[in-house]
Design a protein around this ligand. Structure first.
Ligand SMILES: C[S@@+](CC[C@H](N)C(=O)[O-])C[C@H]1O[C@@H](n2cnc3c(N)ncnc32)[C@H](O)[C@@H]1O
Ligand SMILES: [Zn+2]
Length: 400
């Protein structure tokens, strides 16, 4: 009998061998029909999330360079994420790998053995909140906690943060982009205490709402959570925060919470910080506009960290090729600039032909303004130039 058939018999569902990064592991047999929802499998596995796991590996390598760390994956599915973190970073000494599903738990144990990491991985079969809420009080917390649910992470956030020790990181995934990007505004209010109003830069609003929610959740339980890396890709967004037990730092971070509004007439982006009351009028043309928020207005990535991640990615292109282009975009992106302008939106407002975003970045920089591309929308640019300059530069470049 073939080895995967033996495991299928043992587990009571069909499994197959797969390879991802340096891991060789079993997943439930994936139906030929590619449209299956991964949540319908006996154990969750989505091959399309490889990039998310690539990024987690590169992030840990860059952030914890040379340290020995403990990690916790409260919602682990097959365990492939933790196995890859162990095999590819060489930094992980202990990993608590948990899933509420009994099938997942059994598979995590088998996959740990198949990759010779059973001495590092402790498999667990609890509710993720129960597992994390019990940390502290004599049970060591972790240097890295990875909250990776299907849907919204909001109900796991506070406990995820409680599982974080000193100088640690929490990585968070949200796949409910319909809520975060404003297609389902009330769902966003329900899950993230934040209201998204439609703008041309909703993908950034989504990342900033998630980041803001993490910052605020941490401050509620006397922790500071500072966003250090984030991205949005395909069907999900991820934010990594540095966690420290500091009320003073938490208060400081809260000053970067606020609201954003966008004027579809004069293309002004207005920003209001905590302490300023958002007004429902465009600051330039007085058109009635509404604000998205509360959300995070600070930087979303640390440049030196992204550069290190890129460096590690270049060293092993066989594994990380898929995420290179996104990392290159992020490395060149200025996330202190709020919002972005897709060129087709501006071309229809200004009634001229679209212009390549790269060309506009160049022209705006030549005029003394900050301007960058963004991984969030490759047809867009970010800038601190005022609306009248954006208009003038856009029209001039379009006609040249
Ligand atoms: C998106 S999958 C995890 C994928 C995995 N992190 C990876 O990278 O392949 C989410 C997992 O959370 C598990 N889950 C759902 N609710 C849970 C809970 N309350 N506690 C622990 N696990 C839970 C599901 O069984 C599922 O395996
Ligand atoms: Zn206006």
């Amino acid at each position: 009998m073939k080895i995967d058939e033996e495991y299928s018999r043992l587990l009571g569902f069909d499994v197959e061998f797969r390879e991802e990064g340096k891991a060789s592991f079993l997943t439930p047999k994936i139906p030929e029909n590619k449209n299956y929802p991964p949540t319908s499998l006996p154990v969750f596995y989505n091959p399309a999330s490889k990039a998310s796991r690539d990024i987690a590996v590169l992030f840990l390598k860059a952030f914890f360079e040379g340290e020995k760390i403990s990690v916790c994956e409260p919602l682990a599915g097959t365990g492939v994420r933790s196995i890859r973190l162990i095999l590819e970073t060489g930094l992980v000494q202990y990993a608590l790998v948990n899933d509420i599903s009994r099938n997942a738990y059994e598979l995590i144990r088998i996959n740990a053995k198949l990759n010779n990491v059973e001495d590092i991985i402790e498999a667990s079969n609890l509710d993720g909140n129960e597992l994390l809420a019990a940390r502290g009080r004599g049970r060591p917390r972790f240097r890295y906690v990875d909250v990776d649910p299907a849907g919204s992470p909001s109900r796991f956030l506070e406990n995820g943060l409680r599982g974080c020790g000193k100088n640690s990181v929490l990585g968070v995934t949200a796949t409910d982009l319909s809520a975060l990007t404003g297609a389902k505004q009330i769902s966003c209010l329900r899950k993230y205490d934040s209201y998204p109003v439609k703008t041309p830069f909703m993908r950034e609003v989504a990342v900033r709402i998630l980041a803001g929610f993490i910052v605020r959740s941490a401050s509620r339980i006397n922790l500071s959570a500072e966003p250090v890396f984030s991205f949005l890709r395909d069907y999900y967004t991820r934010v990594f925060v540095k966690v420290s037990p500091s009320i003073e730092k938490a208060k400081k971070l809260l000053r970067s919470i606020g609201w954003i509004s966008y004027c579809p007439k004069c293309v002004s982006i207005d920003v209001y910080r905590v302490g300023e009351i958002p007004i429902n009028k465009c600051s330039r043309c007085s058109l009635e506009v509404y604000s998205s928020g509360p959300l995070w207005l600070g930087e979303l990535c640390r440049k030196e960290l992204v550069e290190k991640m890129l460096d590690y990615a270049y060293r092993d292109l066989e594994i990380y090729r898929e995420v290179i282009s996104m990392l290159e975009y992020i490395a060149s992106e200025d996330t202190s600039l709020i919002g972005y302008y897709p060129v087709n939106v501006l071309s229809s407002i200004f009634r001229v032909n679209p212009v390549k975003p790269r060309k506009l970045v160049e022209e705006l920089e030549n005029n003394g303004y900050k301007a960058t591309l963004t991984h969030l929308d490759k047809s867009a640019f970010k800038t601190d130039a005022p609306p009248e300059v954006i208009r003038e530069v856009f029209i001039k470049t379009s006609r040249s």
